[in-house]
Design a protein around this ligand. Structure first.
Ligand code: HEM
Length: 253
């Protein structure tokens, strides 16, 4: 992560030069955070860092979900333990709420930066030649659609397994039973399986983009970083998919 300060420095210097030559006003009057956020390189760095925070959560969440293969007592006990982390220093569920706020902040930063960067990208394209208008790359389009699918999935997933609003069983404190009930409906199986495939593609390209943005890549490390992106995407997709597939095939009842 030693490259992050370099990215921030680049954002500060490039944006300050740009602004002061554009308007003849000193950009120092704006806060450093605003200067970094308004620059393209700063938004990309914010996307990279928030994406890595979300990736860390996903790895832990996927490993936690695999407890379903050890039976109801293990998964339900694990969910109950999550609510007691930090006690007695912290109160009941405080850690969970702190984690939820961090995740929400990461999602908001990630989505806002992605939206604003794609708007900038569209504005920068030539508009006169309608037929020969440059199209964004396949990877960029996949990332944008993948991001939208994942955002919709997260809303459905929270309604299904956190608030239990759309869950057929809806037993608070019993995630094992709720997960099994959810995957007994065909539409839930379809939604989760499609979303997990979108997640794998998003993580594969996103991890590699983050490494480039943060300046972690170089000719010697590129192969290892690409292998790491492939491995992470595969492990997350397979680990998450294992749960709906196990329930739908009757391996987990
Ligand atoms: C088949 C895959 C998945 C299964 C079986 C699953 C299962 C669960 C369960 C059982 C909960 C409730 C945990 C509890 O209340 O203690 C939960 C919460 C959650 N999951 Fe998943 N999950 C899956 C995939 C994902 C993915 C891919 C994401 C993100 C893209 C995600 C994000 C979340 C979030 C944000 C929460 C809410 C945490 C909270 O506020 O308590 N999950 N998941």
């Amino acid at each position: 992560m030693a490259a992050l300060p370099t990215v921030v420095f680049m954002a500060l210097t490039s944006e300050r030069t740009e602004r002061s030559s554009e308007r003849g006003t000193p950009a120092d009057s704006r806060s450093a955070v605003a200067v970094v956020w308004n620059s393209t390189v700063g938004k990309k760095a914010a996307m990279a860092v928030s994406g890595l925070v979300l990736l860390g959560y996903l790895v832990l969440h996927m490993i936690g979900n695999l407890k379903i293969f050890f039976g109801p007592a293990d998964l339900n006990g694990y969910a109950a333990w999550l609510r007691t982390i930090g006690q007695p220093f912290l109160g009941h569920e405080w850690f969970l709420w702190i984690a939820r706020l961090v995740l929400l902040a990461a999602v908001l930063v990630h989505a806002t930066a992605a939206y604003q960067l794609s708007r900038r990208d569209l504005r920068a394209r030539p508009t006169g030649y309608r037929h020969r208008r440059a199209r964004s790359s396949y990877a960029t389009r996949t990332m944008r659609w993948g991001g939208v699918i994942l955002a919709l999935f997260i809303v459905w997933h929270i309604l299904d397994l956190t608030t239990l609003t759309v869950n057929p069983k809806a037993e608070p404190g019993h995630p094992y039973e709720n997960v099994v009930a959810s995957f007994h409906t065909w539409y839930s199986g379809v939604i989760y399986c499609l979303a997990m495939l979108a997640l794998g593609m998003h993580v594969r390209h996103g991890f590699w983009s983050a490494a480039q943005t943060l300046g972690l890549n170089n000719p010697r490390r590129d192969r290892a970083l690409k292998a790491c992106a492939d491995l992470l995407a595969f492990a997350l997709t397979a680990g998450f998919l294992a749960v709906p597939i196990a329930v739908m095939t009757g391996a987990v009842k």
